[in-house]
Design a protein around this ligand. Structure first.
Ligand SMILES: *Cc1c(COP(=O)(O)O)cnc(C)c1O
Length: 412
């Protein structure tokens, strides 16, 4: 997807230097081909079993990207009414939409019921009561699954671990059976599934298998009690390559791991909710060096990319590989690559060995397609950059850059 041609970085057949100059930076650039091949990897890997691949929209919710996925037959995992609105607009079939999240409001629930989504992944007893009530008001039945926390540790960063005891997500494994029995008595609730999403950026397959073993025991117990489970949602979370040592798992390994447990069931559909592994390595963020300076023993490369554009390093301590858009020097230095925001946490890379780079030259931050623009803010009154889609030699603007006037557009 990325390669140097005569020391200049290209995405597919497009010069990133030209894009940076034409569209200004910060600039998010995505490869259409890479998004498609990432999605098709899941599609192929799960083809032999009944399955729905529900893209986790929160990773990147741009309309242009959702349309690519809709065209490939993707479903969606949404976590807000806003995301539901987006996926319907992109043409994703409502019968392939699942709705997760611990705090669905009654108006969001109403919107989802009116849209006739496939199911709600319910995360508390009060939530299922609310869904029952809203469904009653609309004279309909809500299809639900419970998101069960299987209490396995995926060993990822503490902020992206969700399937462990003490996390706010899901219901406790130990409480699940009782909650299913209670929900089963509710008039406007139809139980159709079970769900567990254990975390994000998983580079190990074992936690999925451990979760499946526990969930399967619960399914058996539920079915003995005449609660039929049609959908098994195994969540998302497969990791991507951020550092040179990261070894991402192929979706086929995920299928094999869960099916080693679930293949004993007939007439069940597996739902997968990948986000990061669809868009993460398909996108980069371009920025420009504003100044360089040395304070004490430290070198700083100050760029126009800040934590408001890509918050992952500040939030999760995460590593992003960075490339010079034009290779000019073979000499390297150790430097912090930082943004202009007035926070010590505003950095893109710490103590990074990086080629000597001059003022006004451009950098490309890799693996910024997931949780990049989607988490971007206007903090420090910084307008957010454009988003582009590259397809071979074709470039499409899928979101225009914000202007400084946009910053005040809703203020009175
Ligand atoms: C965030 C999330 C996902 C996607 O996680 P990735 O690590 O991006 O694959 C899937 N399901 C739920 C419920 C989520 O909250």
């Amino acid at each position: 997807m990325l390669k140097y041609i005569k020391n200049e970085l290209f995405m597919e057949k497009v010069s990133l230097l030209k894009l940076a100059k034409k569209y200004d930076t910060p600039l998010y650039v995505y490869s259409k081909g890479k998004i498609e091949s990432n999605f098709n990897l899941y599609k192929k890997s799960f083809k032999s079993i009944d399955s729905i691949i529900c893209y986790a929209v929160k990773a990147n919710s741009n309309h242009g990207i959702l349309k690519i996925l809709a065209n490939l037959g993707a479903g969606a995992d949404v976590v807000s009414g806003g995301e539901l609105y987006r996926v319907l607009k992109a043409g994703i079939s409502s019968q392939k939409i699942v709705y997760s999240g611990v705090g669905k409001t009654s108006s969001e629930i109403e919107f989802a019921l009116k849209s006739n989504i496939l199911m709600f992944n319910v995360e508390s007893f009060e939530e299922v009561q609310q869904i029952n009530k809203t469904a009653q008001k609309l004279k309909t039945k809500a299809r639900i699954s419970f998101r069960v926390n299987p209490n396995v540790d995926p060993h990822t960063h503490k902020h992206i671990t969700t399937g462990k005891f003490g996390s706010k997500f899901g219901i406790m494994y130990e409480d699940a059976f009782e909650l299913y029995m209670k929900a089963n008595k509710m008039k406007n609730i139809e139980i159709v599934g079970i769900d567990s999403h254990i975390g994000s950026q998983l580079l190990d397959i074992t936690p999925y298998k451990l979760a499946a073993e526990k969930i399967s025991k619960l399914i058996d117990k539920l079915e003995e009690n005449k609660i039929n489970i049609k959908y098994i949602d195994i969540g998302g979370g497969l990791g991507i390559k951020y550092t040179d040592t990261d070894k991402p798992q192929h979706p086929l390994n995920l299928r094999k791991a869960v099916m080693s447990i679930y293949s004993k069931y007939k007439n069940k559909t597996i739902i997968v909710e990948p986000g990061r592994s669809i868009v993460g390595d398909a996108g980069i963020l371009l920025g420009q060096v504003i100044y360089r300076k040395t304070t004490g023993s430290k070198n700083f490369i100050i760029t126009n990319v800040a934590m408001n554009d890509l918050i992952r390093p500040a939030l999760y301590d995460s590593y992003h590989n960075i490339l010079p858009v034009k290779k000019t020097s073979k000499n390297r230095q150790i430097a912090d690559i930082v943004g202009p925001i007035c926070e010590t946490g505003d950095y893109i890379a710490k103590d990074r060995s990086f080629p000597i780079i001059e003022k006004e030259e451009y950098i490309a931050i890799e693996s910024a397609g997931a949780y990049g623009r989607a988490m971007a803010s206007q903090y420090n009154s910084r307008p957010r950059g454009a988003e582009l889609l590259v397809d071979g030699s074709k470039v499409t603007v899928i979101r225009k850059a914000e202007t400084i006037q946009d910053l005040m557009s809703k203020e009175i």
